[in-house]
Design a protein around this ligand. Structure first.
Ligand SMILES: [Zn+2]
Ligand SMILES: [Zn+2]
Length: 469
């Protein structure tokens, strides 16, 4: 939190600006406020702070004002020490502190703090032709407070597309947020933005982050942490808008809406929009711009379908299907690293010792793996020739020169978007723009065919628009 600048006051003395900066655009429980009750009462009576009930009772239903939960079984009851009655509380967002019937949410009702910051973008890179078009579209959405979807293939370089628009927004004194469902993405983006916008405060928010109380013109946050915000941002970018759990959890979509000002720019980024969004784009209902080519201007590797028989049954008999053995051996001989995706942890763990017969250093990784970080690092350091993985590595990771295989591509786990993302791991680096992606299967699914068509259409569009070199 910022301290006051008056040298006559001790640095801990609270002045209105402190409260203004702390509360502006947020919606918090009393226990989250570092101010005394006396000060709070003073600002309440001046109308600078407003309260709303944490849980609204409508007829016989309840609604949590922080996470929008209305599902009755997600409310609990407890004998409340605070009001002496039996109170209801929201179980859905309990990890962020208990919102109950008698606990109000505090927010700022005074003037919005001005962002008088000097902003200059420190970036010398050059945008690809595809990026340039998207960058202009972002700028326009910022200037007109409108909505746009940037549908950019994996490896298009979508972060750079935001720079000019965000610079403009900050120069206009706007408050900007980049939100993403995944903590990994927050941790990756924060240092990149700190580097290109060195003169401003940037808050990185995720569970347990130190920046929790930092008021910043640019906030990079998990969608989850936005539950503590309300009418805060003039521009919100949602990166990986289709990623888990955002698409499945309506309260996170509500969090993003609630965190935005009434009039705001909304920018969505993804390589794999949902089926609904894809249709809306096709029929002209959703403003969007596509970046169909990667920044290095080489086409996306197209998946090859290879039938491998009943792989599940074979693995259960401790046999790796012959075609998969061949594929792995070729990579080991050529010393080319590879990722091999499995639909389920149990199968992968069963397969690991079998794969180790082909090379001792083969490893496996999954979401709950305590050594997940170390293994990804070892892969990067080329200490692991082949890494078996669940869909945990479908996004976000970049290894420069790899081939990728999917085992059991027909499994339900592998949706169109998962398969497109997985294919997108190959050929990302400009030094190694190609590579092989193979779907080993025991029967083709719609998802596999849709993924193939998706990639193929992007390549065709890139070709047609002259975006490939
Ligand atoms: Zn709630
Ligand atoms: Zn109570």
């Amino acid at each position: 939190m910022k301290t006051n600048t008056n040298p006559d006051l001790p640095s801990t003395t609270l002045i209105p600006r402190d409260i203004q900066l702390f509360l502006s655009g947020r919606s918090l429980l009393q226990q989250e406020l570092p101010f005394s009750q006396k000060i709070m009462n003073e600002y309440l009576s001046q109308g600078l702070i407003k309260l709303k009930p944490g849980i609204r009772i409508q007829h016989r239903t309840l609604r949590c004002e922080r996470c929008a939960n209305t599902v009755m079984r997600l409310f609990g009851r407890f004998p409340c020490a605070n009001c002496g009655k039996e109170c209801s509380y929201c179980r859905k967002c309990i990890m962020m502190g208990r919102v109950s019937t008698c606990t109000p949410l505090y927010s700022w009702n005074g003037p919005i703090p001005e962002n008088n910051v000097t902003v200059s973008l420190q970036w010398q890179g050059e945008l690809s032709p595809g990026q340039k078009l998207a960058s202009e579209a972002v700028l326009q959405a910022i200037e007109s407070s409108s909505e746009i979807l940037i549908w950019a293939v994996c490896g298009a370089g979508k972060t750079e597309v935001l720079f000019a628009g965000i610079e403009k927004a900050l120069q206009l004194g706007h408050r900007v947020c980049i939100a993403t469902p995944r903590t990994d993405v927050v941790l990756e983006l924060a240092p990149r933005f700190k580097k290109v916008f060195p003169t401003i405060d940037i808050a990185a928010l995720y569970g347990g982050s130190d920046d929790r109380n930092l008021y910043a013109p640019l906030t990079i946050s998990t969608t989850h942490q936005l539950l503590r915000f309300e009418a805060a941002f003039d521009a919100i970018v949602v990166d990986e808008v289709d990623a888990f759990p955002y698409t499945f959890d309506e309260s996170l979509q509500w969090a993003v809406k609630k965190a935005a000002m009434l009039r705001s720019a909304n920018i969505y980024l993804t390589a794999t929009p949902s089926a609904t969004w894809q249709i809306e784009c096709k029929v002209g209902k959703r403003p969007h711009i596509k970046i169909p080519a990667r920044y290095h201007r080489k086409p996306l590797p197209v998946p090859a379908f290879t039938w491998c028989g009943n792989w599940r049954k074979q693995l259960e008999k401790e046999i790796i299907p012959h075609k998969i053995i061949q594929w792995v051996r070729q990579r080991i001989t050529a010393k080319k690293q590879a990722l091999v995706f499995f639909p389920h942890i149990e199968l992968m763990e069963k397969a690991l010792p079998l794969f180790r017969r082909l090379h001792q250093a083969i490893e496996s990784v999954h979401a709950e793996d305590p050594e997940r970080k170390e293994k990804v690092e070892s892969m990067r350091a080329k200490k692991i020739p082949i890494l078996l993985t669940t869909t945990i590595l479908e996004r976000g990771v970049t290894f420069p020169n790899i081939d990728v295989a999917v085992i059991g591509a027909e499994d339900d786990t592998f949706t169109e978007s998962a398969l497109v993302q997985i294919s997108g791991r190959v050929g990302r680096s400009a030094s190694y723009p190609s590579g092989k992606i193979t779907f080993f299967h025991y029967g083709r699914t719609q998802a596999m065919i849709k993924a193939l068509t998706h990639i193929d259409e992007m390549n065709q569009e890139a070709q047609k628009k002259g975006l490939l070199s």
